[in-house]
Design a binder for this molecule. Sequence first.
Ligand code: FAD
Length: 291
Amino acid sequence: MQQALPVRFTQVIEARRITPHMARITFGGDDLTDFTYDAPDLQAKLCFPRPGQAVPRLPAPAEDGDVMRWYQAYLAIPEPGRPWLRGHTIRAHHPRRTAIDIDFVLHDAAGPDATTAGGTAGGPAMRWARAAEPGDTLGMVGPSPVYARPLGASDWLLLAGDETALPSIGTLLESLPEGARAVAYIEVGDAAEEQRFETRGEVTVHWVHRNGPPAGHSDLLVETVAVGLPVSRPAPPQACPCRPLPSRPLRRPGRPAGTGRSTGSARCAPPPVWRDQDWRTAWSWHLRRAS
Ligand SMILES: Cc1cc2nc3c(=O)[nH]c(=O)nc-3n(C[C@H](O)[C@H](O)[C@H](O)COP(=O)(O)OP(=O)(O)OC[C@H]3O[C@@H](n4cnc5c(N)ncnc54)[C@H](O)[C@@H]3O)c2cc1C
């Protein structure tokens, strides 16, 4: 059965840089009145206006809430006027202000596939975020709990991702209950991109600095996670729930699929949750201690 997704417009209230390459944009507007935020790691599709449009052209939600019907109407808009859709994470919800925060990574120009414009890289989302001002309007489809991954029960949580996963990792760490344990490996350009998280959990964050290579063109994160996994002690096979870290092709921008692989072995990683789509590099594992 198709799930209903909210389709709304939202306006920029404030745009600021929280680090040199991360813009935090606060959105508000009447359409957010019924916004619900009951789980971390909620993603929405943002709809960016085409040049010349003050407001992106968006079909109204289907009366029966059928998202596929809405998507067909979206695709029926002739391409030059059809808004760009990009996936983003709801970084925070401020119910009293009827506002939400969304963080946008702003990459520097780099790599043969980078769209260079005025010394900056990225596509419509990054270009929009660089220039965002109060009053600017985006469309938003979602978020939906359908795309949220419940944390579930585990002894501890391992999260790994690059800066596009940083907003998601931030919401997950900040949602941890008292005493919940988590280790996060977060790859960013350099020390200036590090962030602080307010959490009740027992959280260790390892920042991995590329120091040069552009995002999406480094194996540093995978290598660091494989080497540094805290649960690596061998245990008797019959009692150990450990499995090898999955060796799976990673999507590496600018490279053929399958050229990047995680190759850790004899680590505890049951069962992996992989998310590496739409340019985002992110993984999470729910781990249980060997009994
Ligand atoms: C579930 C999910 C949640 C996400 N949440 C966020 C979020 O909260 N904040 C956020 O900023 N992003 C987030 N992303 C990633 C975001 O959707 C992509 O980075 C998106 O491609 C950016 O759109 P764009 O229009 O700027 O670039 P696109 O038009 O998609 O790409 C144009 C060019 O920009 C460059 N580029 C784009 N993205 C990247 C990247 N991540 N690394 C390196 N080069 C890149 C490439 O050169 C690419 O060819 C999320 C992705 C997913 C799947």
